[in-house]
Design a protein around this ligand. Structure first.
Ligand SMILES: Cc1cc2nc3c(=O)[nH]c(=O)nc-3n(C[C@H](O)[C@H](O)[C@H](O)COP(=O)(O)OP(=O)(O)OC[C@H]3O[C@@H](n4cnc5c(N)ncnc54)[C@H](O)[C@@H]3O)c2cc1C
Length: 474
């Protein structure tokens, strides 16, 4: 029997980052990976966004050395209508705010997990953690009602003061310790197809961008690598699930614009996979006596678009720091490990989940709802057509007539959108910072002749009477 300060279960991004941090804090740490090497299953994308530069610059600096690396500088959204026609392709490189808010502007990265995971595991090893591959943790050791280590399928018993469970969506550790059984409805199935393609054409046609395909299907993303790309889609696993996962992708691949892109890029399907991804309104309890859950095991992926690698690394770091701080006082009881939840909730990870329910509802009623998307595509198209330049370049009729026709169509569509707006957009209004609420209200007052001359204070008081939840300061 062995004895460690910390045993980390899982050699994915969350596990490796937890092991690295624990080792840097001087703890005696081992991390276990069931695969023959970390990232053995090419489990996901992955696209890494701008916040990586703030929180993990040491990783971002090194990624260009990985063979599959592609820089990301914009997100391109393809809007497809119910007749499979591509109706709008728009790329965002970010406003000046994005350019100055982040040291590197909109810069992110795409790299295969089969390269990212070993790279991150090496960081942990360099920091002093021991890695054991081909080692499946199959149970927890319970002592006095708390987790005191793990057992492995090759017959070893590893005792530990603290176990950090980074064993992914299906977390054996969470189940064996009795923390939870299943996810319930808060879990998605994400099928994805990897394509090889002509690298030069990918450079010329797509460049440094991630793509999304939004239309009357299960909203799809396209992560682009050096010489290939992933097409993925997803949907919540519900009791009435009756889809073949591959069909979700086939539906997108039928779109002529997707097919022409494949032809131009000389794309060939290379590997198909389907994985579970927790997509929760709010993560359930993330600690028990002697153990903390991180990453997918804890249900941390972003509630709006399912990104989860940053969340795994941040939670891995917080868990390892909490372990180091508590072990110095020798108390890792359940009560004392509440500190972990307090810390992640008050971090940027907690902020990400503050409007979890609202974001999940919004996604559930748009991107994951093909019927709803048919209507929303129309309203999005009209909304963009009302832009003065679009009206000028609409060659349908006299421009003033074209403008009015668009306006009329937009107004016709609005009633259909009303419920959606009330149910899924309005709740996010509560998240608007009070100062921004105040500025929006004053802007509205400026535009309404009747209210224009009302003193600011009285106007804001009136607004608060009508909408008591208003947080704008008077
Ligand atoms: C198709 C798809 C695409 C995605 N795309 C992106 C993206 O582009 N960007 C992004 O940020 N996120 C993306 N995500 C989400 C992201 O993959 C996860 O949130 C992230 O991998 C979570 O990291 P983790 O370390 O918690 O778990 P995992 O990455 O799942 O790692 C868990 C590790 O533990 C090992 N393991 C499991 N059980 C045991 C055990 N009992 N004993 C020993 N080892 C064990 C596994 O082999 C694995 O290596 C995507 C997810 C999917 C499914």
């Amino acid at each position: 029997m062995e004895k460690w300060d910390v045993v980390v279960v899982g050699g994915g991004p969350g596990g490796s980052y937890a092991a690295k941090t624990a080792a840097e804090r001087g703890l005696n740490v081992v991390f276990l990976e069931r695969g023959r090497k970390p990232g053995e299953k090419n489990a996901s994308g992955c696209g890494l966004g701008q916040r990586w530069w703030r929180d993990f610059p040491e990783i971002m600096e090194e990624l260009p050395s990985l063979p599959s690396y592609r820089k990301v500088e914009m997100v391109v959204i393809n809007l497809v209508d119910e007749n499979n026609r591509l109706r709008m392709r728009s790329g965002t490189t970010g406003s000046d705010l994005c350019a100055t808010r982040w040291k590197k502007g909109m810069e992110g990265a795409s790299v295969y997990r089969s390269e990212l995971d070993p790279f991150m595991a090496n960081l942990a090893i360099k920091a002093g953690a021991e890695m054991r591959t081909s080692t499946l943790a199959n149970d927890v050791i319970m002592e006095n009602g708390r987790v005191a280590g793990v057992t492995t399928d090759n017959g070893h018993t590893l005792k530990a003061d603290v176990v950090i469970a980074a064993d992914g969506a299906m977390s054996t550790m969470a189940r064996k310790s009795g923390m939870r059984n299943r996810w319930g409805s808060g879990c998605t199935l994400v099928p994805q197809l990897d394509f090889s393609c002509n690298e030069e054409r990918l450079d010329d046609v797509i460049g440094n961008a991630e793509w999304c395909w939004f239309g009357p299907f299960y909203g799809a993303y396209q992560v682009n690598f050096r010489d290939g790309f992933h097409l993925g889609a997803g949907q919540w696993l519900r009791k009435d699930w009756d889809m073949k996962p591959l069909d979700m992708l086939k539906r997108v691949m039928e779109v002529p614009a997707f097919q022409s892109m494949m032809r131009v890029l000389e794309a060939k399907p290379r590997e198909y996979q389907a994985h579970l991804l927790p997509w929760m309104e709010s993560p359930p309890k993330t600690y028990t006596g002697g153990m903390m859950l991180v990453g997918d095991a804890a249900g941390f992926p972003c509630p709006l678009e399912g990104e989860g690698i940053w969340h795994a690394c941040i939670s891995g770091r917080i868990a390892a720091e909490t372990a180091a701080d508590l072990l110095s006082s020798g108390d890792v009881s359940e009560k004392s490990l509440q500190e972990y939840e307090r810390r992640w909730k008050s971090s940027r990870l907690g902020l990400e989940h503050q409007f979890g329910k609202e974001f999940v509802d919004l996604w559930d009623s748009s991107i994951f709802n093909p019927e709803m998307m048919k209507k929303q595509i129309q309203i999005l198209l009209e909304f963009s057509m009302l832009h003065p330049f679009s009206v000028v370049f609409d060659w349908g009729d006299a421009h003033i007539e074209a403008f009015n026709q668009h306006l009329e169509h937009f107004l016709d569509l609005l009633p259909e959108f009303e419920d959606f707006g009330r149910n899924y957009i309005a709740p996010l209004g509560e998240g608007i910072w009070p100062e921004n609420q105040r500025r929006i209200l004053l802007l509205l007052r400026e535009k309404m002749p009747v209210l224009k001359y009302m003193p600011e204070k009285s106007f804001l008081r009136l607004a608060k009477l009508i909408y008591p939840k208003l947080k704008a300061k008077i």
